[in-house]
Every structure is written in structure tokens, then in C-alpha cells.
Design a protein around this ligand. Structure first.
Ligand SMILES: Cc1ncc(COP(=O)(O)O)c(C=O)c1O
Length: 495
């Protein structure tokens, strides 16, 4: 049961400084502080504005204004008939700072080196709390609407989503057919349903690809910078030189550099539609060069197509897979366009790789949970996904412009500037070279802001400080307020 907070129960409230003026800002700050200290917890009910005003001996309007500000920031939520409460979304634990185990603990336990890599990865990969600027938070306009819930209820009660025995490791046929149809139409991927393997997100697709495609001495190209989810996989392989970092420039992956560095690599992991995290697409000339190399080297191209639905100017680039379906392993996900906790994605592989991918999949977790696969299949075949993508694209386009405008107004260019781009659900905010992005991430977390540092995405010795800011899921008011606090954090760190 949520507790009802009384002003007197909140020691952090202290006394208001009537001389300092702006009492409603002081009330808001005192409430924020109470949440930060844990005096008020997520879902706790706040006193009525009348009661709090009486207890603080201020005008009721002062408290009303403070509550409204905190609702706009996402600290509080208010429902008709249920009063005002501390937002439930704040319940997610903040990113843990204390390591759970140290690498020497893994060594002491007599575990192989790979276990140390896993321990490091485990410490690094913590979800961000659902506050600005966490990426892909399905709230408000970007959350799937009631249809998702209704379909789920119906199919779970009577349909194919009700409990069953073991199922096909490749994934439910209905979903594979819906995915094949979707990627053929929207991404020009050339495939049939029997080439689709349903995964629990792209992360599993990347792991499967490394397990299946790379032998014990093989090397793989990876973009520099790149998504930590892929570089961490390659770092964890027993072969120390497995990962070859290939620079990217304005046209995307520098294929000639890759050939110079590792001409015989077995695979190239790339984000051709929207380089992660920088955002540029791979140019046509580079696409042709990459595929020509892959053919001559008998290498595989692993195409991570994580958010290509979200292009705001013009149409999304067609997938690389369509140009070479026999050489490309194509990875897609519903994390960005629906929601990450769904944990559903897919791999599209050439027909001769299907058995190996399915076998590796069986050993990992046998098959994806069946119920949500059927709900998603129905959501797609009934046309809801397409509508949802259109809606989300509009919301994100607007949010993106709003955030750029806000940040540009708040941040002097010599301290921070935005990487241009017209796609996706995140921005890169580069920081002046003297700033430490990891430190800013921690300071921002203390201010209730969730950002990721760009520097860990680079190979050692090439890092640039920057922040990755997601702009989905939050209202303009929440993002404005968070941007203001982030700008203050950056300015303070620069002093
Ligand atoms: C470039 C890239 N690839 C893959 C993923 C993993 O997504 P999923 O949730 O499908 O595992 C992400 C998620 O942020 C990403 O940014």
C-alpha cells in the first residue's frame, strides 16, 4: 500500500526561506530532495495541496504550482480521483556504481579468463532508469496502445498464446511469416519465413552470429566507434585478437582500412543504415566495396539494422541484405519500435546457415517464449505495427527537433555540440576534449538524468568524450527540464 505523506513526515522539507522568494520553487526543490533521499518513495501519495499549504503556511497556489512543475518533470504523477503521487517510473534502481564482483574475485574463484570478461560486462550493462534521456522508454505517445493489451488478453485466454509444450526453436511460424513480409516490404530484405529465426532481441542475434560464424582463430571487423553490445561480445572471445576495430568516416565504415588491417577477417559487424552511435548511413560506394570484399574473402557481413524505421527526412535506406542475401546475416529488433522489455528480435540468414543458428539457439534457451510471439504476430498481420511505426516516427521527429533546439540554446558550442543526423531515437552530444564523459554521466545521474558516455564505444586510444541522449518517451516539458539540469552539470564540470 502506498504511504500517504504528511509534510511533517518529511524531514528533508526543512523550513522555507521566505526572504529568498519564489516559494513554489523551494517547495518543488524540497519535494525533489525528499524523493532523492528516499523520504518519499515511488507511488507514495502526497498530501493534498490544501493540507501541505496549511502545514507549510503558504498559499495553496504556491503548492499547486510546485506540484505542476514536478508533474511536468515526471517526478510526480496525478490521476483524477487518486490524488498526486511520486511517479512509479522512479522505482527503477539507478545504475549501480559498486561492482558486484571484481575481476580478481573471478580469478580467485579459479574461473577462466572469459569469466572475467563476463564479470566486467555484467557490471557495465545496467539498464538506465526511465528518466530523460534513457533510450527507448515506452511511455506516453510511444507506448503501444490498448490494442496490444486487448490482443494479448484474447490470445492468451483462448488462442495460440495460451500455455503449450515446447515449441519450434526457430520461432512461431506465424511470427516468422509476419516478419518476412514486413522486412521484405519495409527494408527490401530478400527472404522467406524459413530463413527467419526469432531471437530475444538483437543482442542475442549478435551473440549467435559470433558463435556460429567465427572459428577459434577468426577475426571480425567492428566499426570504431560501435555499440558496446557487439564489442563486448568480441572482447569476451578466447582469441585475444578476434576484434579488429575499423574506423568510420562521413561515409560510414572505411572498407579499405578494414582490408588493410585484416583482409582475411571472417565477418564484419556493421550498422549500415544508421551507424551506431554517430548516425550516418553507409554510402552506396562503401556498400559495394564491403560486399565485394566479403565475396572475395568468403566473409560474412552481419548487418545490425536496429532502428532504421526511424528516418525523418526521406525514406529509410534499403537493407544491405537485399544486395547480397547469400553473404549477409540481417538482424532486426522490436526493442526500438515497440519496447525493449518485449525481448523479441530476429535474424535473417542465408538458407545454408539456418540449422547452425537454430542449433546454437537451442543450446542457449531452447526457444523464445511463445505467448508474446503470437501477440506480436497478430499485431503485425492486423496492420497495427505499421500504424504504430507511423505514429512513433512523428512523435520522435518532433521530440528530436525540440531537443536539438533546447540543447543548442542552453549549451555554448565550445563546451558541447550535437552530431548532425536525421534518424533514430538518440542524439550524440559531443563534449569539449577536456571533459570526462563518464564523470558527467555520474553527475547527471545524481540530478535524475540518464545518459550514456560515448567514449567506451571507441577503441582504446581513439576515444572522444560525448553523451548519448535518447529522446523518446518523455514529454517536451520533461526533456526541457532535464536538458536544463544537464547543461548545468556540463557547465559545472567544465569549471
Ligand atoms: C546498435 C544496437 N544494436 C543492437 C541493440 C540491441 O537491441 P535489442 O534490445 O534488440 O537487444 C541496440 C540497443 O540499444 C543497439 O543500439
Amino acid at each position: 500500500m502506498p504511504r500517504t505523506a504528511q509534510a511533517a513526515e518529511m524531514p528533508s522539507f526543512g523550513t522555507l526561506d521566505r526572504e529568498a522568494g519564489n516559494l513554489s520553487r523551494q517547495v518543488a526543490e524540497a519535494l525533489r530532495e525528499a524523493v532523492r533521499k528516499g523520504d518519499l518513495r515511488p507511488a507514495d501519495a502526497l498530501p493534498s495541496t490544501r493540507a501541505l499549504a496549511a502545514s507549510l503556511q503558504v498559499a495553496r497556489g504556491t503548492v499547486v504550482e510546485a506540484y505542476e512543475q514536478l508533474i511536468a518533470e515526471g517526478f510526480l504523477e496525478s490521476k483524477a480521483g487518486a490524488g498526486t503521487r511520486v511517479a512509479l517510473a522512479l522505482a527503477e534502481p539507478p545504475p549501480a556504481r559498486e561492482p558486484r564482483v571484481t575481476s580478481s574475485q573471478a580469478a580467485q574463484a579459479g574461473l577462466p579468463e572469459r569469466a572475467e570478461a563476463f564479470a566486467r560486462i555484467g557490471r557495465e550493462f545496467k539498464p538506465l532508469p526511465p528518466v530523460p534521456f534513457a533510450i527507448s522508454v515506452p511511455t506516453g505517445m510511444t507506448a503501444p496502445d490498448d490494442i496490444w493489451r486487448r490482443l494479448g488478453n484474447r490470445l492468451r485466454a483462448r488462442g495460440p498464446a495460451s500455455p503449450t509444450g515446447y515449441a519450434d526453436p526457430q520461432g512461431a511460424l506465424a511470427l516468422r511469416e509476419a516478419i518476412a513480409d514486413y522486412v521484405r516490404k519495409s527494408r527490401s530484405v530478400r527472404c522467406e519465413a524459413d530463413q527467419v529465426i526469432v531471437t530475444s532481441g538483437t543482442q542475442q542475434g549478435l551473440f549467435l552470429a559470433s558463435e556460429v560464424l567465427l572459428g577459434p582463430r577468426d577475426q571480425a571487423w567492428v566499426e570504431n566507434p560501435a555499440y558496446r553490445g557487439v564489442t563486448a561480445i568480441l572482447e569476451s572471445l578466447p582469441h585475444r585478437d578476434a576484434m579488429v576495430r575499423v574506423p568510420v568516416d562521413a561515409e560510414g565504415l572505411d572498407v579499405e582500412a578494414g582490408i588493410r588491417l585484416a583482409p582475411k577477417a571472417r565477418a564484419a559487424f556493421v550498422t549500415p543504415s544508421h551507424q551506431y552511435p554517430l548516425g550516418m548511413p553507409l554510402s552506396m560506394a562503401r556498400r559495394a566495396a564491403l560486399l565485394a570484399w566479403a565475396r572475395s574473402a568468403h566473409a560474412w557481413v552481419v548487418e545490425d539494422d536496429y532502428d532504421s524505421e526511424l528516418r525523418y527526412e526521406g525514406y529509410p535506406f534499403p537493407a544491405l541484405q537485399g544486395l547480397a542475401p547469400d553473404r549477409v546475416v540481417y538482424l532486426g529488433t522490436f526493442s526500438k519500435i515497440l519496447f525493449p522489455s518485449l525481448r523479441l528480435g530476429y535474424v535473417v540468414v542465408p538458407p545454408n546457415l539456418v540449422d547452425a543458428f537454430c542449433g546454437a539457439r537451442v543450446l542457449m534457451d531452447r526457444h523464445p517464449p511463445t505467448a508474446d510471439q503470437h501477440v506480436l504476430a497478430a499485431f503485425m498481420t492486423e496492420g497495427h505495427l505499421e500504424r504504430h511505426v507511423r505514429k512513433v516516427r512523428n512523435v520522435y521527429a518532433e521530440q528530436r527537433l525540440g531537443l536539438i533546439e533546447t540543447l543548442e540554446a542552453l549549451l555554448p558550442r565550445e563546451l558541447a555540440w550535437i552530431e548532425p543526423g536525421d534518424q533514430g531515437m538518440h542524439l550524440v552530444l559531443w563534449l569539449a576534449a577536456r571533459l570526462d564523459d563518464r564523470q558527467i554521466v555520474q553527475l547527471a545521474a545524481d540530478e535524475g538524468i540518464a545518459v550514456r558516455a560515448a567514449s567506451p564505444m571507441f577503441a582504446a586510444g581513439t576515444a572522444r568524450p560525448g553523451l548519448i541522449l535518447g529522446f523518446g518517451g518523455f514529454s517536451s516539458a520533461q526533456m526541457k527540464e532535464a536538458a536544463r539540469r544537464l547543461a548545468a552539470v556540463i557547465a559545472a564540470a567544465a569549471k
